[in-house]
Ligand binder design. Structure first.
Ligand code: 5GP
Length: 192
């Protein structure tokens, strides 16, 4: 995919439960005319409270594989066993066409892939949870995953944290307000 002069990409990555969703929502609410959330395609089941075409484009595995075959992804990953997630070329183009910058909320592998593709045109920010114990508590409180799923997410988080050094910036989320503000400053600086 070719990118124009001013086309940039913001990548937020974090283990699930690290506060990324809140930080992302605040950022979008703060700069609605500049930023737009890049809605990924995903094959996992839709959760209560989620909306198709808002949180994700929920599609079948067959449709997902068809998109892979037709080069319709900027990047894609099997983030969890059996669950595919991917950033579509169409979504990034849609946002650029609106003269906005996409925010990608994607996993660490996907983040590194996009950074590799876009270099200086992309900023990669890793949200670091204070500890794995805090992360486990947050996931238990959130109540969207069962015990086995939480275990899988914690194992994945431990692995992801080891890759955090490869990001342009690491923001520690021991205080949600502080972390949100730090991310906002990084983004404003990157866009100016
Ligand atoms: P969840 O199932 O909790 O919504 O998301 C699981 C993980 O998938 C999160 O870490 C999220 O950032 C990641 N993810 C969401 N969309 C994409 C995507 O398009 N590509 C990649 N590589 N990861 C994604």
């Amino acid at each position: 995919m070719t990118e124009g002069e001013n086309h940039k990409i913001i990548i937020l990555a974090a283990p699930s439960g690290a506060g990324k969703t809140t930080i992302k929502s605040r950022l979008l609410a703060n700069m609605p005319n500049k930023l737009s959330f890049s809605i990924s395609a995903a094959t996992r089941k839709i959760r209560v409270g989620e909306q198709d075409g808002v949180d994700y484009f929920f599609i079948s595995e067959e449709d997902f594989k068809n998109k892979i075959d037709h080069n319709q992804f900027v990047e894609w990953e099997m983030v969890y066993p059996g669950a595919y997630y991917g950033t579509t070329v169409a979504e990034i183009k849609r946002i650029w066409n609106e003269q906005k910058t996409p925010i990608l909320d994607i996993d660490v592998q996907g983040a590194m892939r996009v950074k590799e593709l876009y270099g200086e045109k992309a900023i990669s920010i890793f949200i670091l949870p204070p500890s794995l114990d805090v992360l486990k508590n947050r996931l238990e409180k959130r109540g969207t995953d069962n015990e086995v799923q939480i275990k899988t997410r914690i194992e994945k988080a431990a692995k992801e944290i080891t890759f955090s050094k490869k990001f342009d910036h690491i923001v520690l989320n021991d205080d949600l307000n502080k972390a949100s503000e730090q991310v906002k400053i990084l983004v404003i600086d990157f866009l100016s």
